[in-house]
Design a protein around this ligand. Structure first.
Ligand SMILES: Cc1cc2nc3c(=O)[nH]c(=O)nc-3n(C[C@H](O)[C@H](O)[C@H](O)COP(=O)(O)OP(=O)(O)OC[C@H]3O[C@@H](n4cnc5c(N)ncnc54)[C@H](O)[C@@H]3O)c2cc1C
Length: 298
């Protein structure tokens, strides 16, 4: 990374929030249900599915966690009444995992039950390694009762191969590289190791006949996944490709469409847009020119 890009990453959090908001809008679909649904409908018209995430994490207080759970329940109803092709991705700590395991279980259960009425689906996002065990336990308990639930497995964690092998039958998994800064004792650190593990995990999903969401923007990795899909003769109803809203993926998406492969955009929205936007902006390889261009044009 150039010195200029490193400099931008350092000064980014020092910029006033309204500045950051100017160039975060591509990654976040507004503040409320209405704005989020507008983005989802646009994606649907383009032949893409979506998964909505209300931004926020590490909620403190049982009442707050319950309020957020109620919001998710209303969102399930809102998606249904608007006939949108869209499911939900929810961070365990957003609805109570940091407070109490059983609170998170109760809250997920009420959202999943509501989604089940409308044939909709809830995925448990995966947070840092502190949350891996309880998140897998939540998933396994929920999966015993409900079909419409899925989990995320991170390719950078060394434990993930074993975790995926121990998941229940008919599991629904999103594989991603992993976003948190983990210790080298427990995680792969090089690009090659992480990508190798990603492909290893994908093979296990195909072997075990799990539904798998392939979530990456890495074009080399996507090409290796496409090769595996061919080798395994994987049925297109058993996998989908996912990407984060705002990351430029037009060529890859067109390629998926030509092949008739399902594509889903991860669409975050809500008042807690700041931390998420900073993470995304920092991941943009053209961060320097991107920030400068926005500063000059707005
Ligand atoms: C749908 C989805 C859901 C996810 N859910 C989780 C989760 O539950 N838990 C978790 O830990 N992580 C999650 N992630 C994040 C993931 O773990 C990675 O941190 C993130 O996707 C970057 O890795 P990459 O696979 O795109 O590969 P990288 O090697 O990091 O990036 C590949 C290329 O993508 C491009 N790119 C990436 N980001 C941007 C950007 N912001 N702007 C422009 N170009 C960009 C760059 O050209 C880069 O070279 C999710 C990612 C996706 C796509």
């Amino acid at each position: 990374m150039s010195i200029f890009n490193k400099f931008i990453i350092i000064i980014l959090p020092l910029l006033p929030k309204f500045f950051v908001k100017l160039f975060s809008s591509r990654y976040v679909a507004g503040n409320n249900f209405k704005q989020a649904l507008k983005t989802v409908k646009k994606l649907n018209l383009d032949g893409q599915s979506a998964t909505l995430d209300i931004l926020g994490e590490h909620t403190l207080g049982k009442n707050n966690a319950r309020d957020i759970t109620e919001k998710y329940i209303s969102l399930v109803k809102y998606i249904e009444s608007n006939k949108a092709d869209c499911n939900l991705s929810i961070k365990p700590s957003h609805i109570g995992l940091d407070i109490d395991y059983s609170l998170a279980l109760i809250n997920y259960t009420s959202i999943i039950k509501e989604a089940e009425k409308f044939n909709n689906f809830i995925r448990l996002d995966m947070e840092s390694s502190k949350a891996t065990d309880p998140t897998i336990r939540l998933y396994k308990e929920l999966k015993e009762q409900y079909e419409n639930v899925g989990i995320v497995i991170q390719a950078y964690l060394k434990r993930s191969e074993q975790d995926i092998l121990n998941l229940p039958k008919n599991s629904n998994i999103r594989i991603c590289k992993g976003i948190y800064n983990e210790n080298e004792n427990i995680s792969f650190k090089t690009y090659e190791e992480i990508n190798e593990n990603f492909l290893r995990l994908l093979k296990i999903c195909f072997d075990k006949n799990f539904y798998v969401a392939i979530a990456t923007h890495d074009i080399l990795l996507i090409n290796s996944c496409l090769k595996l899909i061919n080798e395994y003769n994987a049925k297109s109803e058993m996998f989908e490709f996912q990407y984060l809203l705002g990351v430029p993926m037009d060529n890859a998406i067109n390629n998926f469409k030509i092949k008739n492969y399902k594509v889903r955009s991860y669409v975050p929205f809500g008042k807690d847009w700041y931390d998420y936007s900073i993470r995304r902006i920092k991941e943009n390889p053209k961060i320097g020119t991107y920030v400068l261009k926005n500063l000059l044009h707005k």
